[in-house]
Each structure stands twice: as C-alpha cells, then as structure tokens.
Ligand binder design. Structure first.
Ligand SMILES: O=P(O)(O)OC[C@H]1O[C@@H](O)[C@H](O)[C@@H](O)[C@@H]1O
Length: 299
C-alpha cells in the first residue's frame, strides 16, 4: 500500500492542503481550518463543495466543514451568557469569528495508512475582534477509513467562557428530495422557520421544502440515507447534544453567496453543535472536545 501524501496547494488566495491516502482524498483550507472536500475512491463525494466556491481571504468557502465559534448563527439568537461574551458593538458576523480567520498548521503526521493534521487558533496570538477572551481552539483532522474531526476549546483565561459552536458539515447527496436523516426520531427541535416553535420529530426526517431546524437532546449516531447513490453516511458524534439540519431549498438558494440556483438539490447540512440550551461553559483551565466521525456504507 502506498503511503499517504500531503501537498500544499494554492487555490486563488487560499493556502490549502491536499491529502491523498490509498483510498481517499481530502482537501483542507488553512483559513478557518476548513475541510473543503472529502471523497473516497470509487464513491461520490461525501462532503459537498460548491461549484461556485470562491477562495478568498476573509471569506468562508461555501461547502466543506466551516467551524462556527465562539457563537453559532445569529449572535442575538444565542443564550444571554454567549451574547455577553461579545463586546464589539453591533458588528457580529453570523457563525462567529473563526471560519474566515487564519489558523496555524501545528502538525502533519502519518501513522501507517492514516494521516493526521492539527490546526490551532490561539486568541493570545490572534485576538478576535470584539471578543476579548483568552482561549485556544484546536481542530484535529484524521483520515483513515473514515474522516474524524475533533474540535477542542481550552479556556486559558481567569473567568468562565460561554460559547456556542458547530462543525457546519455540508454533505453531498444525490437528490435531497429522496434523502432522509435517521436517528432523530423522538427528539425535540426548534423550527426556526416558524417563529422558533418547539416541536417533536416523528420518524426519519424527509425533505420537501426549506429546512432550518435545531435539534436538541441529539443522540451520538445519526445517518443520511441516500437511495439514489445506494449509500448511507454514518455520523458518530461526541461532546455534542444538539444538531442543526439545514437545506435552503429553491428561494433561499438564490440569495446565498457562492451557491448555484439548483445546488440545494445536491447538499444537506447536518451540523454537529453545542447550541441553545446545549451551549458550552468552560471554567478557567477547562478543556472541551466535540468530535464528529464520518463513514459511508452501502444501503
Ligand atoms: O450563509 P451562511 O452564513 O454560511 O449560513 C448558512 C446557513 O447556516 C445554517 O447553519 C443556518 O441554520 C442557516 O440559517 C444559514 O442560512
């Protein structure tokens, strides 16, 4: 078996890392430590990357796995403790401050057929605008027969940190209208499209319109069933009890940046998260890890 290969490549304004193992290819942008694409040989992509993706500094790439931190979504929809950490006035971008920041590549190493890359963002070296706290964020990416992401936050300050976060994974599907999500039966969810009402999930999730929901009390395993490609994508998570399920459908697709009008058909976000009442509080010196493992199997 050939040993894994990691090469640096520049995509327009962004430095990226292309990882090739005997069975898969992974592309990561150093900006945001953003996984951009992931495909196993002989399979359709697992992670979706927009065909209109732009590789610009200071702008998250549409697709892949952006890291949302130290808040998820609209800051004003976050618990007061999370909002209170921001002292930057009215400018507070959606999904926090790190998806378009420079991260440092700490390490690349391989262990037999597996490759591991670690990226860090330390707010002491790189202060975040309007967020004057001392924390170290680390994303470990490991590729072997599956893709594993581990997002760790350490509080290096002397006061508690309150934050929300997500690994905003865009998955590739053959056709969202045929896909289903298994594993969330019986969970409560917030229907953000209908006044943030609290509802209950019955059975699998199927898609027939714009979907933007925050699931609470989520389990450690979920799957995307994709009959069109005869495959299931199995997600295994730890350190998270909330997840966001999102597809923009027809109208919102037209308003999104770097997004083709018909791209909603081919993607589905299931975002491993710590949001709403699952937000994170870290005491001084405390560390927290949230991980996501992605594998595919035939249906
Ligand atoms: O366009 P952005 O900032 O990358 O956000 C994309 C989507 O991210 C999802 O997490 C949100 O639930 C959606 O409401 C939002 O549209």
């Amino acid at each position: 078996m050939s040993s894994p290969l990691v090469e640096r490549t520049e995509l327009d304004e962004l430095t990226c890392w292309r990882v090739r193992t005997a069975e898969a290819e992974l592309l990561i942008a150093q900006q945001g430590a953003q996984v951009l694409s992931y495909q196993r040989d002989g399979e359709q992509p697992l992670i979706w990357l927009s065909e209109q993706a732009a590789y610009r500094q200071g702008q998250a790439v549409r697709g892949g796995v952006p890291v949302c931190w130290p808040w998820f979504g609209d800051l004003r929809r976050n618990p007061p403790e999370v909002q209170g950490m921001h002292q930057g006035g009215p400018i507070c971008p959606a999904h926090g401050l790190v998806r378009d920041s420079d991260w440092e590549l700490l390490n690349i190493d391989s262990d037999g057929p597996a490759v591991h890359l670690a990226f860090v963002l330390d707010t002491r070296a790189q202060p975040l605008p309007g967020w004057p706290h001392t924390a170290k964020l680390r994303l470990d990416i490991r590729l072997d027969e599956r893709l594993q992401l581990n997002l760790a936050t350490a509080n290096h300050g002397d006061a508690p940190l309150a934050l929300s976060q997500a690994l905003h994974s865009y998955f590739a599907v053959s056709d969202i209208r045929q896909a289903q999500v298994e594993g969330l039966d019986g969970c409560r969810y917030i229907e953000t499209l209908e006044d943030w009402q609290l509802r209950n999930q019955n059975g699998n999730i199927a898609f027939s319109g714009e979907t933007d929901r925050i699931y609470l009390g989520t389990p450690d395993r979920m799957s995307i069933l994709d009959p069109g490609w005869g495959r299931r994508i199995d997600l295994e998570v730890s350190g998270s009890k909330s997840a966001v399920v999102w597809n923009p459908w027809i109208d919102k697709a037209k308003r999104l940046s770097q997004f083709a009008d018909d791209a909603w058909q081919r993607m589905l976000c299931i975002e491993t998260a710590r949001v709403m009442d699952d937000f994170l509080v870290l005491k001084p010196g405390e560390n927290h890890s949230m991980s996501l493992s992605i594998a595919s199997h035939s249906l």
